[in-house]
Design a protein around this ligand. Structure first.
Ligand code: UT7
Length: 327
């Protein structure tokens, strides 16, 4: 019998420190009202100075272990992140070492805010091909270090966190990850983070010009996001022969509440069936969908046989969806 991939266990890690919109009012020409109205964000969490992306990843993994989840049979680790520990060794290999796993491959995956979807879809393909049985997807982002602290258009958006999913093989009875979609397109003119790439060594001049930090033409990104969100959702549903009406829970990437509201309204999807976390955590890049999925799951919002739709859009540009029939 062929194998299907399914999500066996989920856990999050949220750093303790809360940064409010009022905190930004002290240093920037901004206001709580502007941020809430234009983005939906009320607070975001920030990691400690001495807490790296790897540390947050391990904290999320420890939260998974506290649920009694055995990780000794993990044979693949994928770490979607834009804030990896080092160029190499990969963050995934550091995690492998910490878990003492011998028969395991590791991969850091660069797909910005679509990283969780790209990783789930990669894990699914590896499982369906028979290459792996248990893949740990560990999204981790210390992204609050990346915007220009003086740029009110970006710095207010981001939060740190980590989220882990254990994706495992099961006999195919129609449940599990049933359809996937991914696409990319270069638009460095509207969103980029070029620092430390081989074409973009960090120099004192570039640092003075804030060129090593996140650049985003927010309103241009917004316009493409709403279109491609809807396209990606429709394509993955069509592949599976499932209608949007049948979806019990939608977990979108959380960059801006207005993107989510627009997409929900346009497709006539009830907002009550969306996992919304942006007000608490802001845009947490690759971990965002993991946070929303894990919180909804632990709140009892997902039952066996429910269709759960995950859709991301982010820097690159990258976008994609995963459709799950919950096992
Ligand atoms: O996750 C990866 C993908 N990223 C996204 O999907 C992000 C998509 N874009 C967005 O979420 C929104 O475009 C933003 C939240 C980034 C910006 O919101 P916006 O409504 O598109 O604002 P805008 O950039 O068009 O700026 C409108 C005005 C400008 O002032 P002027 O030029 O009209 O005088 C900005 O300078 O709002 C100003 N502004 C602010 N005002 C107060 C920008 N940021 C702020 C701020 N506080 N924090």
């Amino acid at each position: 019998m062929s194998k299907k991939a399914y999500i066996k266990a989920l856990a999050n890690y949220i750093p303790e420190k809360v940064v409010t919109n009022y905190d930004f009012e002290k240093t920037l020409d901004t206001s709580h009202d502007w941020i809430v109205t234009r983005t939906g964000i009320e607070t975001r969490h920030m990691s400690r100075d001495d807490e790296s992306a790897y540390d947050m990843a391990m904290s999320a993994i420890n939260n998974l272990k506290l649920q009694g989840i055995d990780l000794s049979e993990v044979d693949g680790i994928i770490v979607p992140t834009t804030t990896k520990e080092y160029i190499f060794p990969s963050t995934a290999t550091l995690i492998q070492n910490a878990l003492g796993l011998k028969n395991c491959f590791t991969l850091d995956l660069s797909a910005a805010c679509s990283g969780y979807i790209y990783s789930l879809n990669t894990a699914t393909s590896l499982i369906e091909s028979g290459m792996c049985k248990n893949v740990l997807v560990v999204a981790t982002e210390k992204i609050t270090k990346d915007p220009n602290p003086e740029d009110r258009g970006t710095v207010i958006l981001f939060g740190d966190s980590a989220s882990v999913a254990l994706v495992s093989a099961r006999e195919d009875d129609g449940r599990g990850i049933i359809a996937m979609q991914m696409k990319s397109e270069v638009r460095e003119d509207i969103i980029s983070l070029k620092a430390s790439g081989s074409a973009f060594p960090i120099t004192p001049e570039r640092m003075d010009n804030h060129e090593h930090q996140i650049f985003m033409e927010g309103s241009e990104v917004f316009k493409i996001a709403v279109t491609e969100f809807a396209n990606s959702m429709n394509q993955v549903l069509e592949k599976a022969g499932v209608s949007l009406d049948q979806v019990a829970l939608f977990v979108p990437h959380q960059a801006n509440i207005r993107i989510i509201q627009y997409v929900a309204k346009k497709s006539n999807f009830p907002i009550e069936k969306v996992s919304l976390i942006i007000h608490k955590y802001g845009n947490t890049s690759a971990s965002s969908i993991g946070l929303g999925l894990t919180e909804a799951y632990h709140e009892g919002r997902i039952k066996k046989d429910d269709y759960v739709l995950l859709t991301a859009f982010g820097g690159g540009l990258t976008w994609g969806s995963t459709l799950i029939k919950w096992a």
